[in-house]
Design a binder for this molecule. Structure first.
Ligand SMILES: Cc1ncc(COP(=O)(O)O)c(C=O)c1O
Length: 420
């Protein structure tokens, strides 16, 4: 099917029902950049926020602001209820068995660090191994390196094929009796590769190895069911899911969270403190020391409600069409090479243009109002593996349109002219 021309016939409106009015929900998309309408194609870095999210945060501060879990007054009750309802909403979003399997953190990065510093502290001993893949974001590499260094354990890396797909057979071979955890990305932020995480989890579990899935690039684009996946831990960030910055989620199976020591010490994570001894709170609060990001959790809940109203399956289909169209339109520009050609990809298009540095592409596109990312995408080891210092990356969100893909392609052609 020639998806490109099918989309081209109607470039102003997305082709998937349910998304046609979505652009109007995002006030920032109406602004101009360098005198041109903003074309925001940096959604893998962070997404724009719909009015429903900013309104929920504002409403909270204007009507219900108080600290949670500690007040005896009405506002504190209300804030606590809203915060805990947000937890319940996240649990349903991920199909977690229990609300208490949801820990609020700052983002995917903090979720991974939490597991590395608690689960890792208990389970990693000298000579043990942690298995990651070659396409991890730095946030799913460095915390494990630190944990391995502390324990005298080894970080092992399952290789990535030239297409950007994981070498699944090698991954299977690298699961050893010394592997204490596999930490794998659901979707690669640099290449868009969708990993077969269900299969990867099954392979690991067959050897008794628990699995953490980094869902930072998956949760905003595809429905996630942690029970169906069977993963032990799953993390994502609110800001990549049309929610606010500073809030994210760690899902952990109840039995793991119960057994893990606390992460940070302070208020809220305790039941009783004496100078001699402290007893800790129940999960998930055991992992939430100090005043949490209440407004962030409420904003995240609003983002999830919004995503559900638009419909994740529709979003996924829409982004898939945009990716197919962009792959065709950008891929046929002379000198362009698409980096990452996995069979299963999310809406991320990484590319290089012969003779033009990705930063220069980014700068020229910026002058056209088109925002993309250029760089190593916090995946330096993957770039080393691919033999590239950096790529240019366009990443799509629910509000992007085929007309914006045309502007992206036009901007790349312009960059080619300027640097020829
Ligand atoms: C795959 C992946 N994992 C983890 C992260 C870290 O997310 P955050 O910076 O929101 O913690 C990112 C951010 O780009 C990512 O793309």
């Amino acid at each position: 099917m020639n998806r490109g021309s099918a989309l081209r016939a109607d470039t102003a409106t997305p082709t998937v029902p349910g998304l046609s009015h979505a652009r109007g929900d995002f006030p920032i998309l109406a602004r101009k950049v360098h005198g041109k309408p903003l074309v925001y194609l940096d959604n893998a870095a962070t997404t724009q926020k719909p009015r429903a999210v900013t309104a929920a945060i504002r409403r909270y501060y204007e009507t219900s602001n108080a600290n949670v879990h500690r007040g005896v007054h009405a506002l504190s009750d209300r804030a606590t209820q809203a915060y805990e309802e947000a937890r319940g909403r996240v649990a349903r979003f991920l199909n977690a068995r229990e609300d208490r399997e949801i820990v609020f953190v700052r983002g995917a990065t903090e979720g991974i660090n939490l597991v590395a510093q608690t689960y890792g502290r208990v389970h990693l001993l000298e000579g043990d191994e942690v298995l990651v893949t070659g396409m991890e974001h730095h946030s799913n590499i460095v915390p494990w390196q630190m944990a391995c260094d502390r324990a005298g354990a080894r970080l092992k890396v399952a290789p990535v094929l030239a297409s950007g797909e994981l070498d699944l057979a090698a991954y299977g071979r690298m699961l050893s009796p010394r592997t204490r955890l596999a930490a794998v990305t659901h979707v690669s932020n640099a290449l868009g590769t969708v990993n077969p995480v269900r299969e990867m989890i099954g392979m690991a579990h067959a050897q008794g190895v628990p699995v953490l899935v980094d869902g930072a690039q998956a949760a905003p684009h595809t429905p996630v069911d942690v029970q169906a996946l069977g993963c032990d831990f799953y993390v994502f960030s609110g800001h990549k899911l049309y929610g606010p910055t500073g809030i994210g989620v760690l899902y952990g199976k109840e039995e793991h969270l119960e057994a893990m020591p606390p992460y940070q010490g302070g208020g809220d994570m305790i039941l009783r403190v004496t100078f001699e001894k402290t007893t800790y709170n129940a999960i998930p609060w055991k992992f939430e020391a100090g005043t949490p990001n209440i407004a962030g959790a409420i904003g995240l809940r609003a983002a999830i409600d919004y995503l559900d109203a638009v419909g994740l399956p529709a979003i996924s289909a829409h982004e898939g069409e945009l990716l197919a169209y962009a792959t065709e339109e950008v891929g046929r520009i002379p000198g362009v090479r698409i980096v990452g050609t996995a069979r299963e990809k999310a809406g991320i298009l990484s590319f290089v243009l012969e003779g033009v540095h990705p930063h220069d592409i980014g700068t020229i596109l910026d002058h056209e109002g088109v925002a993309i990312r250029a760089g190593h995408h916090c995946a330096m080891p993957l770039m080393d593996l691919l033999g590239l210092p950096s790529t240019a990356r366009a990443s799509f969100g629910l509000y992007n349109t085929p007309a914006e893909v045309d502007l992206l392609a036009a901007g790349i052609r312009k960059a080619r002219e300027v640097f020829r």
